[in-house]
Structures are given as C-alpha cells and as structure tokens.
Design a protein around this ligand. Structure first.
Ligand SMILES: [Fe+2]
Ligand SMILES: [Fe+2]
Length: 475
C-alpha cells in the first residue's frame, strides 16, 4: 500500500507522477519558478552551506526521517502523500457514510480551492519572514533547525501546489503561480493572512512564531486531515508529521531562553528587569509581552468566532473539527450549541451559539488548551529556580483584529477599556520598539560547534541523538 518516494525523478514523489505526463510537465514548469522564489526570498546566503537535514525517503515510520548533509540548493522538494485507505468513508457532515472523494465535486470546487490556497499561502510566507535569521544564529544547532523548518515549509508549499495542479485545472495553475508572487509584508501584494505579514526579525520572534503560529498550522492541518476530499486529507496528514518538529523548535527555544534568564537571575540575585537585561539575557517581563503579542495575532488566524463559512465547510465535509474521529457525538451538529464570549453594552458575556456556526471558536479553544499546556511546561522552569514569575495567556479578546473583539480594547485580564485607557497601558502589554531594539542588541552570530549565545541555554540533547558539539552546518 505504501508507495516509496521515487528520487530518480526530477520531482521526487510517491504519487506516480511519471504516469501522468500532463501533470508532470506542468509541475516541471512550476519547479524553476519555485527555485527562483527560494533563491530570492528563502534563507539568505545559504548556497554554499552543507546542512545536516532530515529528508523524507518514504512516508512510513522508518523512512520519513532520514538524516544527511545536504547542500541547501540541492534539497529535494517533492510530493508525498500518506497512504490511501481504499475503504475510507466521510465521517461528518451531510455526506457522512459516503465514500471519501477522490476527485473534487463541482459544488465544492471553489471553497476547496480557497481552503487550499489559504493554507498554501502561509507556507512560503513564513520562509520569507525568516529569511535573514541565519545571520544572527545563536548556535550551529539552532541554525540547522531554522533551515530544517524553512525547507519543510517549502515542501508544504509543494504539497498544496500539487493539489492545485492535479485537481483544479487552469484555475489551480494560476493560483500556484500567485503563491510565488505574493510576498510577506509587501504593501502591494501581501500574503493573505495578517500574522504572515508580520516581521520575524530576531530569534525570540522566531521561537515564539514556531510555538504559537506553527501550532495554528497544526490545528488547521488536523482539521483538513479529516476532509472528505481524500487527497487533501492524505497530504495534510503527512505535513503534520513534519510540523511537530517546528513546534518543538519553538517550545524548546523559549524554554532555553527562560532557563538561561533564570540561571542569571539566581546567580546574581536579580529581580529588576533592567538589571537582568544588563547581564545580557532577556527579562521575564519582556518574554511575557512577546507571548501576549504572538498569541493574540495567532488567535486571529482562526477567523471570526461565528462564521457561516465554517459551518458550510463542516456540513459539506470539507473541513472537520480537531480530532473529529474521537469526538463522541453525531458529527452533524445540527441541534448542538457551543459557548462563545461576546461583548454586549461594554461587558463581556458568554452566550450559546449554534455549534455549526461556532466551529472557528471551537478549533481556537482546542488550540488554546494545547498552548496553555505548553505555558505550564515553561512555568516549571522559574518554579524550579524558586522565582515566583509565571507566564500567563492574555484574555482571548486581548489585541484582536478579527472576530467579536475586533474594534474593542480588552486588557490581558479581560476588562473592557476605553481607547484612552488602552493607549496608556498597552505599552506594558505588547513588545515596544525599545524591546525589539534590546533583543536585536543581543543577536550575534555563534558558529563554533557546541557553543551557544549568552542569552540562551544549550538544548538537552542534539539532533538525531548526536552530541551538541556536532557540526550541524558546514561552511
Ligand atoms: Fe507548514
Ligand atoms: Fe511549520
């Protein structure tokens, strides 16, 4: 059942591309455009580097994590789908019980294309956002992890482009072109979603992004892995195996920063953030402001809490809930309700909404629970050092641009504020220019194997069980 990945082809794949000449030719025309895009907007100054990367050689358990030195421009991006289950049936919505679709039904063509394009657009966007980080890497280990994330986001773009070319005809080919033309942060042709137009200009932002925003990716992909459109489900399932490492990079990156800060605070008996900074590590208050920022912009990625699109994606079978198969209900949701928070006459109230229209809120709540567990793990670090500081998540309405709380000002504790109060206090809640300038002042470039920048602790272990002194990147 499981197709090995054929690397003798110009485009490595396990979808038998060689037997679909028109598709193969179309993708071979897209490939040089992709490589140009990578060259222009992918990680800067990497064409001479050899990086110890993981490359999938098959999608089964032993094959997908195959490690070797790769020259960055020689990385083999390809098309890998999880194996097909011939008996797979649709398990939610109006078509529940019918066989999963192997082609796109006409009535769902346009929403499915929109879903795939929106997901696809985030992949190259994050590569663009992270383009310059290599110049300030805190270690070779971290540099290698950055490049691993970058090449895999590039592959996720391939995953979505394959679906567009294979199943959406000329419209799909045009969308695939456009995915290489939009640019993160570009005023005239930006990426589709706001969080993917923000800057990721230093490593603290990178670790926060991979913890918070790649995890949004995980939840979106997990919901698409339930899709009645089987090729989309199989594609996203394999993407999820790669996504886990991106979130690990973020969670362990922030944990190592916390570890280092707490060490220095204990060693010199410091509490004042200015004194902590004077020792060249990142104070806990600044970390909290970055948590507030990255969490709130990522919540916006889930869309409006109440959404008729979300309802029709579900009833149509296009996008399920997180872990749909494990939810114990009728998987139709026609008479269920779900609690959402809204503002009414200046106060935040809970109300019951029809579960179908509240699916974005539900997916976001599932996400928030997992994020909270991550914060709980982070908080064990100051606890271990006897430092009373704990990181917290701001209220879901804090600093929101989309959904019920857009156009309102909510404090991290969940109080509704006037614009004037917000203006006065927001400086304490969100990273300021001064915070960014301080973080930038710490960023150097550490290239000696086994050495780490002062502001971050070494990881517990190396990649693929190799020692920390391993030369993860060769120049
Ligand atoms: Fe991705
Ligand atoms: Fe990712």
């Amino acid at each position: 059942m499981d197709q090995p990945i054929d690397y003798s082809q110009r485009i490595p794949n396990n979808v038998d591309l060689a037997n679909d000449r028109a598709l193969q030719r179309a993708l071979e025309r897209w490939q040089p455009a992709f490589l140009n895009w990578w060259d222009e907007t992918g990680p800067a100054h990497t064409s001479d580097l050899q990086v110890y990367l993981r490359t999938a050689i098959s999608v089964d358990r032993d094959g997908w994590a195959n490690f070797a030195y790769v020259r960055m421009p020689d990385y083999r991006w390809g098309i890998f789908l999880a194996p097909r289950d011939e008996n797979r049936a649709i398990h939610f919505g109006d078509h529940k019980g019918q066989p999963a679709w192997q082609e796109v039904p006409g009535e769902y063509r346009s929403p499915l294309r929109r879903i795939i394009v929106t997901q696809g657009d985030t992949e190259p966007a994050s590569v663009e956002q992270q383009r310059l980080l290599g110049a300030t890497c805190p270690s070779l280990y971290d540099l290698r992890n950055l490049f691993q994330v970058n090449v895999e986001e590039g592959r996720h773009l391939w995953a979505m482009v394959y679906l567009l070319h294979r199943y959406f005809g000329r419209d799909g080919r045009e969308e695939a072109e456009a995915l290489l033309q939009r640019r993160s942060g570009d005023a005239n042709n930006p990426r589709i979603l706001t969080a993917f137009n923000e800057k990721t200009s230093h490593w603290l932002a990178f670790f926060m992004f991979t913890f918070f925003t790649d995890r949004d990716g995980k939840f979106q992909l997990a919901a698409l892995a339930e899709s009645a459109f089987d090729p989309l489900a199989r594609t996203t399932k394999f993407m999820l195996t790669e996504e886990a490492h991106h979130m690990f990079v973020g969670e362990s990156g922030v944990a190592r920063i916390l570890q280092r800060t707490c060490e220095v605070m204990r060693e010199h008996n410091l509490n004042d953030p200015a004194q902590v900074r004077a020792r060249g590590v990142i104070d806990l208050e600044t970390l909290q402001r970055f948590v507030n920022f990255h969490y709130s912009v990522t919540l916006d990625l889930f869309g409006s809490e109440i959404s008729s699109n979300a309802a029709s994606y579900f009833t149509g079978g296009l996008k399920g809930r997180y872990s749909e198969g494990n939810v114990n209900d009728d998987h139709a949701l026609t008479s269920d309700s779900y609690i959402v928070q809204e503002i009414e006459r200046g106060r935040i109230l809970s109300r019951e909404a029809p579960a179908l229209t509240a699916l974005n809120a539900r997916l976001r709540d599932d996400y928030a629970r997992e994020i909270q567990s991550g914060l709980d793990r982070w908080n064990r670090i100051p606890e271990k050092f006897g430092i009373p500081f704990r990181m917290t998540l701001p209220h879901e309405g804090f600093h929101r641009k989309i959904g019920s709380f857009a156009d309102h000002h909510i404090s991290p504790e969940g109080q509704v504020l006037s614009s004037a109060e917000w203006e006065r206090q927001a400086i304490a809640w969100l990273p300021s220019d001064d915070d960014h300038a301080f973080i930038h002042s710490l960023m150097g470039r550490v290239l000696e194997p086994g050495k780490f920048a002062n502001w971050i602790a070494p990881p517990a272990r190396g990649i693929n069980n190799l020692p920390l002194e391993f030369e993860y990147v060769r120049f």
